[in-house]
Design a protein around this ligand. Structure first.
Ligand code: M6R
Length: 586
């Protein structure tokens, strides 16, 4: 949930590099931030602030080693004192941390009894003090860190900095940490996209392993403390993919990248998609599991599999899946969808799936992520780094995969490709004509509520669209199955309430049109998204019929609408309040 960046090497502008690294990781948490470097004059420098980094700078100084952290608060409010890094009383051990130390209260109370004084309310500060306490009897910092590692409970990624030794120690359980190796220099980050600007050679630390970085030497230790070879792998994307370029926001950039991402899936993923279809055929039962946007992609998948492949797949949201796990057998297949591959609700549930001996397939965007490594079968969305908190291109990429898997099951893969290609053309046209959606956003920006309706796969689209609108514009938006209107929802419709209706020309068309009439009769401002115009719509947005792949351009419209609503309301669509990109805590 937090972002970590560390550097050790010959450069003398480490402080600025670390701040730049944090800026690129800020999507992971933006309540507060902090940097600690050892200056080349030997003095330790720390600066911490609440709020976003924005265009903050650090004082001029020469430094070649240090680290920083962007925080998404869990233990302790958003204050400068609670911002990381945290140090022991003497500043000999400095710590940044992503995750939760579950037993911190017990550890803290023991340390207080031993005379330690704490400056923050965080669980993290306990780590530094615990190390300080252990150092009273054990002078070897490696051994001390091993003891600290063993003492902490919970899912954590921790970097401990011993400035006097120019050393970092790194360990993790659950939360991600990646090591980057440049020419005679080392980087650590929560996400490889922050490192890619310096190097493509990375190593994803495994749970239980420990890294020791001394100057520019990295040593890896397995769970038993034995030295292990570091097998670096190459990141597949280019530097520019992780940068904003000429776009004002990552959300807009990522919406615009969708035609390219979808085309790449068609061009490169056929065998992998067929392989997944075969796994589904062999399995006793298939479960699609995801959180947030990924869960709505899963729900869409159930409709696509049913309609196209005549196959029932189960669906659950990640945080609920562990309560349904009794159904899982050795012969079951679970397909976990996660952009980041780090969402804790998914990771914990998938560990239980593995423990039951079932097969796990991962559909993720991040090579080397925890989910990716946990899975028996791996599918990569190939969408490039997604930095805006609101997921856009990863969502449509997931839908494209599920759609093509359904067609592969049906042995009509080429039909799927043809429809998806048409959908890509539609997305291309929609993003070019985004000004129309900006105008619409102006009309409805003052609304207190927006509703989105659809049936069948468009119901799944309605849920995702409402999420997109609410999370970036803070307007209350809800998606409903159009057929549910008369069972209660219609009570919410007032004069002028915007109601977006997904009405593709499929088996849902006539019934959804009735829903449009019903809300119109109660005064709603009806926005119809369809291939066929109708007088019931106050505003009509045409989307060509791309068969079941129409869900893709339909949701892109809602993505753009959400984006422009945020802009109209003066909000930062990339970093919505209270949210973070990667939800690595429960
Ligand atoms: O990385 P994941 O796909 O596992 O993330 C799941 C959700 O946290 C994520 O989709 C979230 O709902 C987004 N903010 C939606 O835009």
């Amino acid at each position: 949930m937090c972002g970590i960046f560390a550097y050790s090497g010959p450069r003398t502008d480490a402080a600025t590099m670390i701040l730049d690294g944090l800026k690129s990781l800020e999507y992971r948490g933006y309540d507060s931030w902090g940097v600690t470097v050892k200056q080349n004059n030997g003095k330790l420098f720390t600066e911490k602030h609440t709020g976003k980094i924005g265009d903050s700078t650090l004082p001029q100084m020469e430094s070649s080693i240090g680290f920083g952290h962007t925080r998404w608060a869990t233990h302790g409010g958003v204050t400068e004192a609670n911002a990381h890094p945290h140090a022991d009383w003497h500043g000999d051990i400095v710590v940044v941390h992503n995750g939760i130390v579950e037993n911190f209260e017990q550890l803290k109370s023991n340390l207080i009894d031993q005379g330690h004084k704490f400056l923050s309310e965080t669980d993290t500060e306990v780590i530094a003090h615990l190390a300080e306490e252990l150092m009273k009897t054990e002078k070897d910092s490696f051994k001390v860190v091993q003891q600290v590692k063993a003492a902490l409970h919970g899912m954590n990624a921790v970097i401990m900095f011993f400035p006097k030794e120019d050393a970092f120690f790194v360990f993790k359980n659950g939360s991600p940490i990646v090591l980057g190796k440049g020419e005679n220099e080392l980087f650590l980050a929560s996400d490889p996209s922050a490192i890619r600007v310096y190097t493509a050679d990375v190593y994803f630390l495994e749970d239980g392993e420990m890294l020791s970085l001394k100057g520019v030497d990295a040593t890896l230790f397995d769970e038993d403390g034995k030295i292990k070879q570091i097998e670096y792998q190459k990141l597949a994307y280019e530097i520019e993919d992780a940068m904003l370029g000429n776009y004002p926001h990552f959300m807009l950039k990522e919406i615009n990248e969708q035609p390219k991402v979808l085309q790449q899936i068609i061009d490169t993923q056929k065998d992998i998609i067929q392989d997944c279809a075969d796994k589904i055929t062999e399995a006793y039962g298939t479960y699609l599991v995801g959180c947030g946007t990924a869960s709505y992609a899963c729900l869409a998948g159930t409709y696509l599999f049913s309609k196209i492949a005549k196959r029932h797949v189960n669906f659950a949201i990640g945080s609920e899946f562990t309560y349904l796990i009794d159904f899982i057998k050795k012969e079951s297949l679970v397909i976990a969808l996660s952009q980041s591959g780090e969402t804790i609700d998914i990771i914990s549930a998938m560990k239980e799936v593995k423990a039951k001996g079932a097969q796990l397939s991962a559909l993720t965007n991040v090579l080397g992520s925890t989910l990716y490594r946990l899975a028996d079968h791996r599918m990569l969305l190939q969408a490039g780094p997604e930095k805006a908190v609101a997921s856009t291109k990863a969502y449509t990429a997931k839908i494209a995969f599920l759609y093509l898997i359904a067609h592969a099951l049906d042995k009509s893969y080429e039909t799927g490709v043809a429809n998806l290609s048409k959908a890509i053309l539609e997305v291309r046209r929609i993003v070019k004509q985004a000004a129309e959606l900006q105008e619409m956003a102006k009309k409805i920006t003052a609304s207190n509520n927006i509703f989105v309706l659809g049936r069948g796969v468009s119901y799944a689209a309605a849920l995702e669209s409402a999420l997109k609108i609410k999370e970036v514009s803070y307007i209350h938006a809800e998606g409903f199955a159009a057929g549910e209107l008369k069972h209660g929802v219609i009570a919410l419709i007032e004069k002028g309430t915007p109601v977006i209706i997904f009405n593709p020309e499929d088996e849902t068309y006539e019934d959804t049109l009735s829903a449009a009439h019903e809300v119109k009769a109660r005064g709603a401002y009806v926005i119809g998204i369809s291939s066929r115009e109708n007088a019931v719509y106050d505003q009509f947005i045409k989307v060509e019929n791309c068969k079941d792949a129409t869900i893709i351009p339909n949701v892109v419209i809602a993505q753009l609408l959400g984006y422009y609503l945020a802009i109209e309301r003066g909000l930062d669509p990339d970093k919505p309040r209270n949210l973070a990109k990667s939800v690595t805590v429960k």
